[in-house]
Design a protein around this ligand. Structure first.
Ligand code: AMP
Ligand code: GLY
Length: 444
């Protein structure tokens, strides 16, 4: 099967690897020359992900039979609808369904109007005076979110990124005045306390097949400090749960995704493809932080390598609106993913460093390598301003998977790079479990 993929990050490298494993012929379009994707693809088009007409023209010319899209920006612009207009089914949501990610206001309103479980207190503003009044009277801490897309970097949390209500007001006003996220509207919502986790699921619009849970680490520095990033690394466990998430919470979270997709159907926005739920496990159960209309990055790298089911067939099933015949299974292994990013990432990246990557040794220790925003030039690999590459260690338990990820990192050399070593380390996980128990008032 000839499959178009869109996107040049590590997430898309993981998608292309899985499609390649299922015997698909990949036609990849991406804005940067990702050497991992280029090495597997039959043909490559170097094009910005958001030039959706040029991508659709090329897909028609290449006679692809199916489209699979990685990043949110082209989905928000309607690339899936465009491909389908040209007769190419797509395993990703159309523009109106993608709004579940591209408009935080739409997502929160949907949850409120349908009284969905897992919703939080929130309010949306476009008026500075109303905003000021709300902040002055709200009891409790708040989180500021631009309504539109910011690449995971626009959210600020009181107590973490903002010290007091003055800073909270200043940032909210900046979001409005500077159109951060592309719309002069801002969401203020209650600050949740707890541990975050990611639940991704495959859906054809009705059937929802959940994947193992993953915990991402969005903060730049070890100990979950510093600014939010696109994600610095992540881990998953062999049983599909997390050390602080039991089966009941998992099922409850799947129920929230099911109810949300049903609400989308009722709104005439039937959703197909992979849906990503970011949850906060609070003392009152799982609450929705956000939905994404695609695989998570890095979370795709934890899950896709473990998918035993034919990914190309699964994508075709989602695109055609029927996955009822497919049995989706995963290898029962733990995984630990660690990203290498350029120094200064999160503030002002210093790009252009050469990375020396010993792929054979990385595979030799039981890890997988995923290239992200690197540039391959004259046989060498250089960092850009975004995340560079990721390694993922796999093993029967998390401790060993973490050690494997560290062994893999030792086979990558370069100047002016940064990574978090703490992700998946036993003491870090123990602290998360303890924190959750304390929040719930359980004996520790
Ligand atoms: P988002 O882009 O919505 O995923 O937000 C980025 C990060 O901000 C999340 O991963 C959380 O760490 C934090 N965050 C977002 N919403 C909330 C909330 N309501 N309460 C506490 N933290 C939040
Ligand atoms: N890992 C967060 C995201 O993909 O949005």
């Amino acid at each position: 099967m000839k499959i178009l993929t869109v996107g040049g990050g590590a997430r898309e490298h993981a998608m292309v690897k899985a499609l390649d494993r299922s015997g698909a012929e990949v036609y990849a379009t991406m804005g940067n020359n990702n050497p991992g994707i280029a090495g597997l693809a039959k043909q490559v088009l170097l094009e910005k992900d958001t030039n959706i007409d040029a991508i659709a023209d090329w897909a028609v010319e290449m006679e692809v039979e199916l489209g699979v899209v990685g990043p949110e920006a082209p989905l928000g612009m309607g690339i899936s609808d465009e491909l389908e207009r040209r007769g190419i089914p797509c395993a990703s949501p159309g523009r109106r369904a993608a709004e579940i990610e591209t408009s935080k206001e739409f997502m929160r309103d949907l949850m409120a109007e349908h009284e969905l479980p897992g919703r939080v207190e929130y309010q949306v503003f476009d008026d500075i005076e109303e905003l000021e009044d709300f902040i002055a009277h709200y009891k409790g801490d708040l989180v500021v979110k631009p309504v539109g897309l910011t690449g995971g970097k626009g959210v600020k949390v009181m107590g973490d990124h903002m010290e007091n209500r003055t800073e909270l007001f200043d940032y909210s006003r900046t979001v409005l005045n500077e159109n951060i996220g592309g719309t002069p509207r801002v969401v203020l919502e209650e600050k949740l306390e707890g541990e975050e986790f990611t639940l991704q699921a495959f859906t054809d619009g009705e059937i929802v097949v959940p994947a193992p849970l993953v915990q991402d680490h969005k903060r730049l520095y070890e100990g979950d400090l510093g600014p939010n990033t696109g994600g610095m690394g992540s881990y998953s466990m062999a049983d599909g749960l997390l050390p602080f998430v039991d089966r009941k919470t998992y099922d409850e979270s799947v129920g929230i995704i099911r109810a949300t997709l049903e609400a989308m159907r009722e709104e005439g926005r039937a959703y197909k493809g992979v849906i990503y739920g970011q949850f906060m496990l609070t003392a009152r159960g799982p609450k929705v932080i956000e939905f994404n209309c695609r695989w998570g990055d890095p979370e795709a790298m934890n899950i896709l390598p473990l998918l035993k089911t034919d990914y190309a067939g699964l994508c075709m099933g989602m695109a055609k609106g029927d996955i009822s015949d497919l049995k989706v299974t995963f290898e029962p292994k733990a995984s630990v993913c660690k990203y290498i990013v350029p120094e200064g990432y999160g503030f002002q990246s210093i790009p252009g460093s050469q990375l020396m990557v010993d792929e054979t040794s990385i595979e030799g220790v039981g890890a997988e390598l995923f290239y992200a925003s690197v540039d391959a030039r004259n046989g060498a690999i250089y960092t850009t301003t975004s995340r560079s590459l990721a390694v993922v260690g796999f093993a029967s338990d998390i401790e060993e998977a973490e050690r494997v990820s560290e062994r893999a990192l030792s086979h990558i050399k370069g100047e002016k790079i940064h990574m978090r070593h703490d992700i998946g380390k036993p003491e870090v996980i123990r602290n998360k479990v303890l924190r959750m128990k304390t929040l719930r008032g359980d004996p520790v």
